[in-house]
Design a protein around this ligand. Structure first.
Ligand SMILES: [Zn+2]
Length: 273
């Protein structure tokens, strides 16, 4: 987001200002600034609109009376941070405005290829997920419960995956017989180790329609982790790399560029064999 100097700061800019304060603040305040900076991306409305309407900012997540004063001060002074690290990153409030203006994307959205069910750490069963998908006008969904290595998320093993496949077949048959246009794909969110290797039998994975691969461990390492993402892309069992996020923003540009190369190489080699 380019700062617009005639406007008070947006939530994204407030997030930058808050994180800049983190480095100057006392130890006790650091946590408060950091938490509010993260939350600012998810605030439902622009803080500057609340100030314009004379509404309290303490209704925003992680804003107490102290931070309210600080943020009001920035908004009144139309203070802008230096060019933000998170360029082109939309906050929730911005996304809502953009999506309400551009409605055509909804028609093009035909499915969802990542979801968890009661089989791992989700809260609904497969049938309920299929019904919710039909209500949204989707044509397909992929059931991607966590694999066995992620025990904290109740990951499933090969035996459970097989039982789940039978349940998916039954749901597909049921909806097919009443002419509901939905296909439930058999999939999994394969837990990857830092070498990009999965934790499930190749045979079990081959029985699926689609495999997502995701990293869930050692995500806070400070040095460049590009190699592990490239290794994941070379893993022949995976078709989709799940949530390729990185906690260290300064690495993300480099990562994106090199992943782009990795994707085309990996795709080319699969086309060849
Ligand atoms: Zn995940």
């Amino acid at each position: 987001m380019q700062p617009r100097v005639n406007l008070p700061p947006s939530n994204a800019e407030i997030a930058e200002l808050l994180s800049l304060e983190t480095s100057k603040a006392s130890y006790v305040l650091q946590r408060a600034f950091r938490r509010a900076a993260r939350s600012a991306f998810l605030w439902e409305v622009e803080a500057r609109e609340l100030v314009a309407r004379k509404e309290p900012l303490t209704q925003l997540a992680h804003v107490g009376p102290f931070l309210e004063k600080q943020i009001q001060h920035w908004i009144r002074r139309k203070q802008h941070p230096p060019p933000p690290l998170r360029k082109q990153f939309f906050t929730l409030a911005e996304s809502r405005v953009r999506l309400s203006k551009a409605t055509s994307w909804r028609v093009r959205l035909r499915g969802d290829l990542q979801m968890h069910t009661e089989w791992s750490d989700g809260s609904a069963d497969i049938r309920a997920m299929a019904e919710a998908a039909i209500a949204r006008g989707y044509e397909y969904i992929a059931i991607t419960d966590h694999s066995k290595g992620l025990s904290i998320a109740n990951g499933i093993d090969e035996a459970k995956l097989k039982q789940q496949s039978a349940e998916i077949d039954a749901v597909n048959r049921e909806f097919g017989s009443i002419e509901k246009n939905i296909t439930v794909l058999r999939s999994i969110e394969l837990n990857l180790n830092p070498a990009g290797e999965g934790d499930m039998d190749a045979k079990a994975l081959r029985s699926l329609d689609l495999v997502l691969g995701s990293f869930h461990s050692a995500l806070r390492r400070k040095h460049d982790q590009t190699e592990r993402y490239l290794a994941a892309l070379r893993n022949p069992h995976i078709q989709i790399l799940g949530h390729p996020a990185w906690s260290h923003l300064q690495l993300s540009f480099r990562l994106t560029r090199r992943l782009g190369d990795g994707v085309s190489r990996s795709y080319a080699s699969r086309q060849g064999g």
